[in-house]
Design a protein around this ligand. Structure first.
Ligand SMILES: [Fe+2]
Ligand SMILES: [Fe+2]
Length: 139
């Protein structure tokens, strides 16, 4: 979004130092900024619906990729991590339903969810697999 000061910026502390994953995680920051911008400009539900569709595809691909990496290096907390991903997918599906029903409170809930994903899931759960993936030679 040229000309706009982003609501969120990517920070080094989010990095897990695996190039593909860091690139994917930057996508979350971009989605946060998209949702924030859509709320600020009072974008029509169709725009928000488009963002959630994009988020759904993003999350499916990203979770799948991370789980494959964790499987590859026999990460011991894979089951727990996979459960967290499933729960996040369930919430994303619910946001999609809320938006399609025209429930505008979904917008703030979606923004909060994405912020939580960045601040909780990436910084805590994703950072837990970092050493195991590095030890397996993933960069
Ligand atoms: Fe992740
Ligand atoms: Fe994850």
């Amino acid at each position: 979004m040229p000309g706009l000061t982003p609501f969120m910026e990517w920070m080094d502390e989010y990095r897990v130092d695996i190039e593909a994953i860091d690139r994917q995680h930057q996508g979350i920051v971009a989605l946060i900024n998209e949702v924030h911008h859509a709320m600020l400009t009072d974008a029509p539900p169709l725009v928000m619906d488009g963002i959630v569709r994009k988020l759904t595809t993003y999350a499916e691909e990203h979770f799948d990729f991370e789980e494959q990496c964790m499987e590859l290096c026999h990460f011991s907390h894979l089951t727990e991590h996979r459960c967290q991903h499933r729960e996040m997918m369930r919430r994303i599906t619910a946001f999609g339903a809320g938006i399609q029903e025209g429930d505008r409170s979904t917008y703030q809930a979606l923004l909060d969810f994405l912020m939580e994903w960045l601040g909780e899931h990436i910084l805590k759960s994703d950072h837990r697999y970092k050493d195991a993936l590095h030890a397996a030679g993933l960069r």
